[in-house]
Write a protein that binds this ligand. Structure first.
Ligand code: SAM
Length: 339
C-alpha cells in the first residue's frame, strides 16, 4: 500500500545521504515494502519486525536469498520493543537507520484466513490476535468483559456512536450461550443494528474496535514514535502509514510537535500523503490509508524560514525582501483532515 510513495521517500534519503545503508521495516507482513526497498537500493541492509509468526515464516522462506546473504534480518517482535532493533543494528556495527517504515494495521492474509478470527465474512474462532503468544482474545472480551467496558472500546476504537443496544444484547445472549465464532457475533450485530450503509457490514466498526484493543494498536504506536526518532540517522526519514483516524492523529500530532520544536527535524509534508485514485480502484482497502513522513535534521541544521516571495523572484526576476520572517508559511493552512 502506498508503495510508490514510500519508495519515493527512501529515494529522497538516498539523494540526500548518497545511499540508504540501513533500513527498518516494523511491519513486515508479506514483505512488499521491504522487497521494493531492497530492489531499489543495492547497498541497503534491512532489519524487519513482525509480531506474527506466520509473517516471519513467510519471510524466511520467500526471502531466503536476502536472509542468507545478510541483507535482511527478520525478527519476530512487537515494534514497541525497538531496543531489539537497536541491538540488531549494533551487531552490524551500526547505530542508526536511514529509513524506517511502519505500515500499521492488519495484513490481507490475517484478514482473509478464517482461523485468525479477524473476519466476519469467513467464519472462524473469535481470536484476532496478531501475536498468538499474548493471552487476550476477542472471545475473552466478548464473553467476560463488563457491559460498560465493552461500550467503551466500541466507542473509543470503533467510533460507534451508539453501541448500547448491541452491548446489551451481547450481555444477554452470553448468559445462554458463549460467543465462539466471528459469524455468531456478526450475526448478533446484524440483527440488532441492521444494515444502515450499503456495502458496509454493520459489524465492521465493532470488529475493528476489538482488534485494536486486543493488539493494543494505539498504545504501541504512541510508544514507538519517540523511540523510532532516536534511531534515525541525521537526514534519515521515518514513514508511518495508518488506516485509522485515531492512529493518524497520534502520528500527526507527534510529528507536528517535533516540527514546532524545530530542533530535531521536520514533517516532510504537512498534509498526509494518500493513495492515488488508481490504487484505491485496484485495492479498495487502501482508501483510508495515510502516509506521514518525518525527516531528521542533518547535524547543525535547524528550521529555515522559507521565503514567501521566492516564487515571485523566480517568475518576475525580483529579489525577495531580505528579512521576511515566515514562521507559519511553510506549514500551509491548518487543515484538519478527517477520515
Ligand atoms: C499492513 S501489514 C504490513 C504489510 C507490509 N507492509 C507488506 O508490504 O506486506 C501489517 C503487519 O504488521 C504487523 N504488525 C502490526 N502491528 C505490529 C506491531 N506492533 N509490532 C510488530 N508487527 C506488527 C502485522 O502482524 C502485519 O503482518
Amino acid at each position: 500500500m502506498l508503495l510508490s510513495e514510500v519508495r519515493e521517500q527512501a529515494k529522497e534519503v538516498a539523494l540526500e545521504l548518497g545511499q540508504v545503508a540501513y533500513g527498518f521495516d516494523g511491519t513486515f507482513g508479506r514483505g512488499g515494502h521491504t522487497k521494493a526497498l531492497l530492489n531499489d537500493h543495492p547497498s541497503l541492509r534491512m532489519i524487519a519486525f513482525d509480531q506474527d509468526a506466520e509473517a516471519i515464516q513467510f519471510g524466511q522462506t520467500q526471502f531466503l536469498g536476502d536472509v542468507d546473504c545478510g541483507r535482511l534480518q527478520l525478527i519476530r517482535g512487537n515494534f514497541e520493543n525497538l531496543e531489539m532493533a537497536r541491538a540488531a543494528l549494533a551487531q552490524n556495527g551500526a547505530t542508526n537507520f536511514d529509513f524506517m517504515l511502519f505500515d500499521l494495521g492488519v495484513s490481507s492474509p490475517q484478514l482473509d484466513v478464517a482461523s485468525r478470527g479477524f473476519s466476519f465474512y469467513n467464519d472462524g474462532p473469535l481470536d484476532m490476535r496478531m501475536d498468538d503468544r499474548t493471552e487476550l482474545t476477542a472471545a475473552k472480551i466478548v464473553n467476560e468483559w463488563a457491559e460498560q467496558d465493552l461500550a467503551r472500546i466500541f466507542i473509543e476504537h470503533g467510533e460507534v456512536e451508539f453501541p448500547f443496544k448491541v452491548v446489551r444484547a451481547i450481555v444477554q445472549d452470553r448468559e445462554k450461550t458463549q460467543f465462539e465464532t466471528t459469524q455468531q457475533l456478526a450475526g448478533l450485530i446484524e440483527r440488532v443494528d441492521g444494515w444502515t450503509k450499503k456495502g458496509f457490514h454493520p459489524a465492521t466498526q465493532y470488529f475493528m474496535a476489538l482488534r485494536m484493543e486486543i493488539n493494543r494498536e494505539t498504545d504501541v504506536v504512541a510508544q514507538m514514535l519517540p523511540k523510532a526518532l532516536k534511531l534515525l540517522s541525521p537526514g534519515g526519514r521515518l514513514a508511518v502509514i495508518t488506516f485509522h483516524s485515531l492512529e493518524d492523529r497520534i502520528v500527526k500530532n507527534f510529528f507536528r510537535e517535533r516540527d514546532a520544536e524545530a530542533t530535531f527535524g521536520e514533517t516532510v509534508k504537512r498534509k498526509a500523503i494518500q493513495p492515488s485514485d488508481e490504487e484505491v480502484a485496484r485495492n479498495p482497502r487502501s482508501r483510508s490509508a495515510k502516509l506521514r513522513v518525518f525527516r531528521r535534521y542533518q547535524d547543525g541544521e535547524s528550521k529555515r524560514p522559507k521565503n514567501k516571495y521566492a516564487h515571485l523572484a523566480k517568475t518576475r526576476h525580483l529579489s525577495p525582501p531580505p528579512d521576511y520572517d515566515l514562521a507559519d508559511d511553510d506549514l500551509g493552512g491548518d487543515e484538519e483532515e478527517t477520515s
